[in-house]
Design a binder for this molecule. Sequence first.
Ligand SMILES: *Cc1c(COP(=O)(O)O)cnc(C)c1O
Length: 386
Amino acid sequence: MIPYGRQDITQADIDAVVAVLQSDYLTQGPAVPRFEQVVSQHVGVKHALAVNSATSALHIACLALGLGPGDWLWTSPITFVASANCGLYCGAQVDFVDIDPQTYNMCPHALEAKLQQAKAQGKLPKVVVPVHLCGQPCNMAAIHTLSLKYGFKIIEDASHAIGGKYKDEFIGNCHYSDITVFSFHPVKIITTAEGGMALTNSDELADQMALLRSHGITRDAQRMTHEPDGPWYYQQVGLGFNYRMTELQAALGVSQMNRLDAYVSRRHELAKRYDFLLRDLPVVTPWQEPDSYSGLHLYVIRLQLDKITKSHRQVFELLRESGIGVNLHYIPVHTQPHYMQMGFKAGDFPKSERYYEDAISLPMFQTLTEVQQDIVVNVLGKVLRA
Ligand SMILES: *Cc1c(COP(=O)(O)O)cnc(C)c1O
């Protein structure tokens, strides 16, 4: 089976992890701060906090922004459930903004229309989570302008987008947001097995998130309510979690960061090649925003169902049966039973639902070979034409 995504682990990665195993610290040592420094320098942001998953990063990002009961978080329906669940963890309510049919990202016009309505009803969101689907950045300039007008905070879910650029600057620099989140799950662009990171230029948000990731505990005397009782002393000044990343994961992350730019360029080569090879098939290839450079986590095609005799599901099943590990990113979150139970229903976000009816993620990862890619295209051609 040719998978849709796969990690690339080199001998240097293995050596880096083994070196940590043989060192004094398996957790809470020097590798995590080193990884944070490497990533923050690369993307050009002041603070980076490594955590055990992007889901945890989203959770502490929401809490640091003060999201709680009575508040609203808005995100895109075409995302992994974690982008929405983080709002529920905080006791807030979640709503969605439909996608732009060309980029599949949150549509800034739909956002503006919904904000106008919400303002009239006194239900403006506290936090909006734009998701850079497939690694292609959202229209952050427009979303940022709306945030100033309507007073909401922005968390960029850049789980797909490390290594990508928006207006010639690396995604993660938070120039248009309060906090940006990366994921290092093995299918993503670089991996730490499980892992994530929250990035921000705000000292205050970084402090808050540092407390939240480790029990709400501080060893910084300046943050304590009184002088330390002694050298053993720490204080719990709030309620946090254990969301820490291990040293093994961080060492792997540092080693993977050496290849980030090469990974993303390779993904671009593969995407260009797909664009070319698929040009005569009844599919829509991904549209690339001209003033951005996608991280290209995913390569999503849309079937032109009016031009083929098979159904979306039949095409998907035939590809899987032929050893092509296609996938579908994503099932619209508002149609998940957990969200339907809150009152969402089919038809609420028609562009997202339309996308779900014909989208397929083709294999896209740095070590995908051209031979494998040719197999994918040949099988797809046969399935669509038969
Ligand atoms: C993978 C992913 C997440 C969650 O990442 P984890 O590191 O697995 O918690 C969140 N949002 C999006 C868009 C993702 O693709």
